[in-house]
Design a protein around this ligand. Structure first.
Ligand code: HEC
Length: 154
């Protein structure tokens, strides 16, 4: 009974979700590309203040750093859901290797999730030297993946 109710609820949710997409006059694939790109953008926005603190352009604020690091750790889990089949081309810089070397792409993504989570943990403690080091390690995971899986220009 409960299972059946859940099923109905789920299909309703999917319908509503789909209606939203249809309204925006986009295919599900176009929407997935928009989603993953904007989730990377959102994540990067929350790195901004941390980056300025690490570079010494802004006074270290433990609470703000910790909050943003937590957001980034969470947001880093989102983009992978947007790399669905059928999104190899379109308004995207994704390279075909994302799908042909899926294991390697997953490793690169797992690394980002791991290092952002570690930054969030360290940010609660608040040792600024540790944070600077871990921020660098986290940024490296972006670079590694972009070099192999993201096109440089359109
Ligand atoms: C697992 C691989 C991977 C990792 C790790 C990764 N990225 Fe990306 N990133 C991509 C790919 C692929 C694209 C291109 C997406 C597209 O155009 O569809 C991209 C695009 C972007 C964009 C452009 C978004 C736009 O508007 O098109 C930004 C900004 C970005 N990444 C930031 C980051 C940052 C910051 C990190 C590290 C915290 C990171 N990425 C880690 C694969 C990755």
């Amino acid at each position: 009974m409960l299972k059946k109710m859940l099923k109905v609820l789920l299909s309703l949710t999917l319908l509503v979700g789909f209606a939203g997409v249809a309204q925006a006059e986009m295919t599900r694939e176009e929407y997935a590309i928009k989603f993953r790109r904007s989730s990377f953008t959102t994540m990067t926005w929350y790195m901004g203040a941390m980056s300025r603190m690490v570079k010494g352009e802004m006074t270290y604020d433990k609470a703000l750093f910790a909050r943003n690091a937590e957001y980034v750790a969470f947001l880093s889990k989102l983009p992978k859901d947007g790399f669905i089949p059928g999104t190899e081309s379109g308004d995207t810089k994704a390279k075909p290797e994302i799908w042909s070397k899926a294991d390697k792409f997953k490793d690169a993504n797992d690394n980002m999730e791991k290092e952002t989570a570690k930054l969030a943990e360290l940010a609660k403690v608040g040792n600024f030297d540790d944070l600077k080091e871990q921020y660098g390690k986290m940024q490296k995971t972006c670079k590694v993946c972009h070099e192999e899986f993201k096109k440089k220009a359109d």
